[in-house]
Design a protein around this ligand. Structure first.
Ligand code: ADP
Ligand code: MG
Length: 249
């Protein structure tokens, strides 16, 4: 069963709740991401940002509320979760590459096993996506031979190789040495320019300001403030947003 929504909306989250035992982490979150839009989520540590993304990818099972991605209601008990998940790319803070596989095989394994692509096709798509992130020459390298920034760009290329409708990024640059952050943000900026729909948790306020169509500030399991990046980051209305930004900017 799927629920049809306007084709303009890529991700529609309504009243999302998630508890771990007695701990209420998400207390009723509403997020809407239109096709081609970049939405950045900011907020203090522990505010539930990762849990929000993990719910969208169904790595966590929501306690309540509804998540619809491209017309498919993920929270419907009859939803084919595995099929839906292939359309949602996720890039984590850690690089999460398969350390025993070279770069090319990192990009082809899920294409072959999950999407049942033929090896030649999977390779062609993998190489195209490595080119997109500027790492075509690293196809034969092992992850440990790459810098953190290169590994993260490989992780992005791997997610792109599944042809996702939506890309989720959970603080993709926060584990990187400062000099490596720019290359990863550059790839993300390029994806945004190409029209990729993106939901990005980040502490990079400059990136959010320049790339996001919309910024959400989360605190205590709620979206406290949302609006255009220039407004939320440049002229926050809520006291909690102001004090958070005063600490990070
Ligand atoms: P953020 O990404 O904004 O830092 P998280 O979503 O990681 O916040 O965590 C929000 C809260 O949920 C934290 O208090 C964290 O300890 C708790 N939490 C996250 N995952 C789990 C889990 N699997 N079990 C129990 N508590 C969790
Ligand atoms: Mg987090």
């Amino acid at each position: 069963m799927s629920t049809e929504v306007s084709t303009d909306v890529a991700v529609e989250i309504t009243g999302l709740k998630k508890s771990f035992g007695p701990l209420e982490v998400l207390r009723g979150i509403d997020v809407s991401v239109r096709r081609g839009e970049v939405v950045c989520v900011i907020g203090p540590s522990g505010s539930g940002k990762s849990t929000l993304l993990r719910c969208v990818n169904l790595l966590e099972e929501p306690t309540g509320g509804k998540i619809v991605v491209n017309g498919v209601e993920l929270t419907d008990p009859d939803c084919d979760i595995d099929a839906a998940r292939t359309k949602i790319g996720m890039v984590f803070q850690g690089f999460n590459l398969f350390s025993h596989l070279n770069v090319l095989n990192n990009l082809t394994v899920a294409q072959r096993k999950v999407l049942k692509r033929k090896p030649e096709e999977a390779q062609r798509i993998a190489l195209r996506n490595l080119e997109r992130v500027g790492l075509a020459e690293k196809a034969g390298a092992m992850p440990a031979q790459l810098s953190g920034g290169q590994q993260q760009r490989v992780a992005i290329a791997r997610a792109l190789s599944m042809d996702p409708d939506v890309m989720l990024f959970d603080e993709p640059t926060s584990a990187l040495d400062p000099e490596l952050v720019g290359d990863v943000l550059g790839v993300m900026r390029q994806l945004a320019d190409e029209g990729m729909t993106m939901l990005v948790v980040t502490h990079e306020m400059q990136f959010a300001r320049e790339v996001a169509d919309k910024v959400l500030f989360m605190d205590g399991g709620y979206v406290v403030e949302e609006g255009e990046a220039a407004q939320v980051i440049g002229a926050p209305r809520h006291e909690r947003t102001k004090s958070f930004l005063a600490r990070v900017l």
